[in-house]
Design a protein. Structure first.
Length: 300
């Protein structure tokens, strides 16, 4: 038996619920990955509840953890996954972490989810944008932004599919091998549209996938998407189309189960309503392990 792939996942942590590392770790473990987690922030729960409390990590604390890993020879990873960061200094520290990990493993696969906002609103400090744009994103092998984050990073408005492909070209020109728009509003009333593009050598492949809308507002889905896409790109030997299809299949399974559970719980206060739509990850283990593909991606 060969060694299991090993992921360092740097993103948010909640004590209760499923966002950030709590959303990413279990699925990756189910799919055969060893997962080490560094928590960029530690919160009691996500911000969709009435209130939350906790701590934000900064660059010196990240550096201490990376130094501890290195001193024990524990900083050899096959993958790096990064998501939400709450501090500009912490985000700059991630660039140092990437360089440290690539020095140990030049074949490190870095998957970056540049978490900044959605639906036209930033929910991180604005100082993070230039750091993502100029420092972090160019280091990545795979990025998984949503439509709004693509607009922030490229400075280009995305109102059509052609706009989206032009924005994707900007990322490829920075050396990013695979770009996945995890969700866009370029579909219709019943479907979101996902887009993916990979450049391998001189070959370029582009795909779109129509994602059935599931009524409700769910948190942690972007974090889950990035983790699943990392896993299926590994297990499919870099088959972007198959990885996209399996990622969407799992997400649909998880969200259907979450939606069904929430629909059975009515008349609740706001904190309980937020709790009712926490992702039903544990209950969706089979969807994670053996996703049933119902929606196929189309090549362009």
């Amino acid at each position: 038996m060969g060694k299991s792939p090993r992921v360092l996942s740097i993103q948010s942590h909640v004590v209760s619920g499923y966002v950030g590392n709590k959303s990413a770790t279990f699925p990756l473990q189910v799919l055969g990955f060893e997962v080490d987690a560094i928590n960029s922030v530690q919160l009691s729960n996500h911000t969709g509840y009435g209130s939350c409390a906790g701590q934000v990590l900064h660059a010196d604390e990240l550096a201490q953890l990376m130094k501890g890993l290195a001193s024990n020879g524990l900083d050899h990873y096959s993958h790096l996954l990064t998501g939400y960061s709450g501090s500009p200094t912490f985000l700059k520290g991630i660039a140092d972490a990437v360089k440290q990990l690539r020095a140990k493993n030049p074949n490190l696969m870095y998957v970056c989810d540049p978490v900044m906002g959605d639906n036209g609103r930033m929910y991180v400090p604005e100082e993070l944008l230039p750091i993502y744009r100029d420092v972090i994103v160019p280091l990545a092998d795979i990025i998984t932004p949503n439509q709004y984050e693509v607009e922030l990073l490229t400075g280009q408005k995305v109102e059509t599919i052609d706009d989206a492909w032009r924005a994707v070209d900007i990322f490829h020109n920075q050396g990013i091998k695979t770009v996945v728009l995890s969700s866009t509003e370029l579909g219709d009333e019943e479907h979101l549209l996902g887009l993916a593009s990979s450049v391998i050598g001189k070959e370029r492949k582009k795909f779109s996938i129509r994602i059935p809308r599931i009524k409700g507002v769910f948190t942690g889905t972007g974090d889950l998407f990035a983790a699943l896409f990392l896993a299926w790109m590994y297990h499919s030997d870099g088959d972007t189309k198959l990885a996209l299809e399996k990622t969407i299949a799992t997400l649909q399974g998880v969200l259907h189960r979450t939606h069904e559970f929430a629909g059975n719980v009515t008349g609740l206060s706001k904190p309980m309503k937020a709790a009712a739509v926490e992702l039903r990850l544990i209950q969706s283990r089979q969807d994670i392990e053996k996703p049933e593909i119902r929606v196929r991606a189309q090549e362009h």
